[in-house]
Design a protein around this ligand. Structure first.
Ligand SMILES: [Mg+2]
Length: 172
């Protein structure tokens, strides 16, 4: 399904290609089978809950396995604080913050900096209206994960409005 934003240059989909309970369920073998060489990571509620400054061991172990498989990782976050940089340094990967998703700008910049064509990249994120739209506009694969934790009512309300799109899957 393609939803048009009303502008002919702004065609995008709100449907992810694949869905996972957690980012750590995204197996390197699957990424390789999809031809993905760069996995772009959202931060908030994708690799860590809001406000924490540490990563769980299961996340660092998973990131190491992805990198061992020859797949690059790159943080692209809307977060304006220190967390993108802290996590990028823990994982030893590049990062961009204030990415302005749903704008595809940050995702495109990560592709440019890593020299990756969009069809060889995927974005792992927890939000439909920011991550999925940015991935779609940038032409990269979208892998939707369940948010780690709802820390306030607004996150839960937004999740409710995402449900129609979370239930469907994009068919290429
Ligand atoms: Mg997020």
């Amino acid at each position: 399904m393609i939803l048009c934003a009303g502008c002919k240059d702004m065609r995008f989909s709100l449907l992810p290609e694949r869905k996972f309970d957690s980012v750590t369920d995204i197996e390197p073998e699957l990424l390789r089978a999809m031809g993905v060489e760069l996995l772009i990571l959202d931060v908030d509620n994708t690799i860590a809950p809001y406000k924490t400054l540490t990563l769980e061991k299961r996340v660092t172990d998973w990131a190491a396995r992805v990198k061992d498989a020859g797949i690059g990782l790159f943080i692209v976050s809307n977060n304006k604080g220190e967390r993108p940089e802290v996590f990028a340094s823990l994982l030893d990967i590049p990062f961009l913050k204030r990415a302005g998703k749903p704008s595809p700008r940050g995702v495109r910049r990560a592709l440019e900096l890593s020299g990756t064509p969009p069809e060889r990249a995927a974005l792992a994120g927890d939000q439909i209206y920011t991550d999925t739209v940015a991935a779609s506009l940038a032409g990269v694969h979208m892998l939707l994960v369940e948010p780690i934790r709802f820390t306030n009512i607004f996150l839960a309300i937004r999740y409710f409005f995402e449900l129609p799109f979370r239930r469907e899957r994009k068919h290429n």
